[in-house]
Design a protein around this ligand. Structure first.
Ligand SMILES: NC(=O)c1ccc[n+]([C@@H]2O[C@H](COP(=O)([O-])OP(=O)(O)OC[C@H]3O[C@@H](n4cnc5c(N)ncnc54)[C@H](O)[C@@H]3O)[C@@H](O)[C@H]2O)c1
Length: 368
């Protein structure tokens, strides 16, 4: 299955390959893309966790020795291994990637391959956009969340102190290679995390028929279901991003649940996976909408039931005052107000500036 990211005037188009692939299939696609880009060198960036599972030479049988195989086809291959999870999105890891590229004399035609989830994808996108003002990037996402969302669309970022995604650029990959076989090793909690973003897509696409919409999730136990699920999510993302690549208009709907989600992640020192925090964020945004009369109780109950399929809601223990302080540092905040995406029973989604004290007071009253 292949999708195409159809760029607007500001963007190039790029292929998104989606399939259950073996090592040979992946090497063939990388070879084709590298030929097209006239690359001679490839830097594979991954995290310690994935390196150990898939590529580590110390392991007698690495199940995906992509670095060896690409080196066999004549490329100069280097590998950078970063910490797993959100810890990779730091200045020191950015420096590590940039120094590896420079030490190995990478040129602008050469390629970074992301072998990882959204965290590795985000830092690699930034590194690729900065090195020589732009070097080729191929996304090879390994988590479901990165397959349905972060590998496409060109947003990247690292975190600064307690501000999530504060430093970043827009920079599109040259190709995305989505191999659903990688999901066989994905921990259950990371699968649940992807469902937070899947819920976002569901709300974006179904809201106008919300009252009749049972937010159930497709089963991910077979490769065909997975490919279809990934394709349907990416179609929504591509539609919104290609019309608004720089996040000034309707692409912002993809931020549903994210301001509150990021604040929750930050407040919990990134011990909650991103998509789980987004699921909480969608629930809290829906509480705000209901309070403002934009949703009826039936809509709020629909969202609540969907979120409960991802994460139990009985043990919510956020300190709303702390969340409010973090919200003030969000990219979408201006003084004591913040632009939030809110579900709306008539409009679908709306973007509204809300006073952060008002948010805190609604949440305190409704989460008792
Ligand atoms: N740029 C965007 O448009 C965008 C969109 C959504 C999310 N994001 C970002 O993506 C990040 C979250 O990404 P994520 O959910 O992929 O988490 P992640 O990249 O932090 O990975 C989470 C964990 O899953 C492990 N993992 C990944 N794939 C695996 C596999 N196949 N087998 C075994 N373990 C595997 C990783 O090693 C890590 O331990 C956040 O930083 C978020 O801000 C960016």
């Amino acid at each position: 299955m292949q999708l195409n990211f159809n760029g607007s005037v500001q963007l190039n188009s790029y292929p998104i390959h989606i399939d259950a692939m073996n090592l040979d299939d992946v090497i063939d696609i990388v070879n084709q893309e590298a030929d097209y880009l006239q690359a001679e060198k490839i830097c594979i960036v991954t995290d310690f966790h994935l390196d150990n599972i898939y590529m580590n030479l110390l392991d007698e049988n690495p199940i995906f020795p992509i670095d060896d195989e690409l080196a066999n086809t004549g490329f100069f291959v280097s590998k950078v291994v970063l910490p797993a999870g959100e810890n990779a999105k730091s200045f020191s890891c950015l420096q590590q990637i940039l120094e590896a590229l420079s030490e190995n004399a990478f040129s602008r035609n050469d390629i970074i391959i992301v072998f990882g989830g959204g965290s590795i994808g985000d830092i690699c996108g930034l590194a690729a956009s900065l090195y020589m003002r732009g070097l080729s990037l191929i996304q090879m996402p390994t988590s479901l969340l990165s397959m349905i969302d972060s590998s496409v669309g060109g947003k990247n970022a690292i975190n600064l102190d307690c501000s999530k995604n504060l430093i970043g650029t827009f920079y599109q990959p040259k190709a995305v290679i989505i191999n659903t076989t990688f999901l066989k090793t994905l921990p259950e909690i990371e699968l649940s995390s992807a469902y937070g973003e899947i819920l976002k897509y569901k709300v974006i696409s179904k809201l106008k028929i919300f009252s009749s919409c049972n937010l159930s999730f497709p089963s991910t136990d077979c490769e065909k279901n997975l490919a279809t699920l990934i394709e349907s999510c990416l179609k929504i993302k591509i539609k919104l991003v290609s019309g608004d690549p720089l996040d000034k208009g309707e692409r912002r709907f993809l931020n549903l649940g994210h301001s509150l989600g990021h604040a929750i992640e930050t407040n919990k020192d990134f011990t909650i996976p991103h998509g789980i925090a987004v699921a909480y964020g969608i629930y809290l945004a829906s509480i705000i909408s209901k309070n403002k009369g934009y949703l009826d109780q039936v809509h709020l109950s629909d969202v609540k039931n969907a979120v409960k399929k991802i994460v139990p809601l009985d043990d919510i223990d956020f300190n709303i005052d702390d969340i409010a302080i973090i919200l003030q540092k969000d990219k979408k905040a201006n003084g004591n107000t913040i632009s939030m995406v809110l579900p709306h029973k008539v409009e679908g989604l709306i973007i509204e500036k809300i006073n952060i004290n008002e948010i805190a007071s609604i949440l305190k009253d409704n989460l008792k």
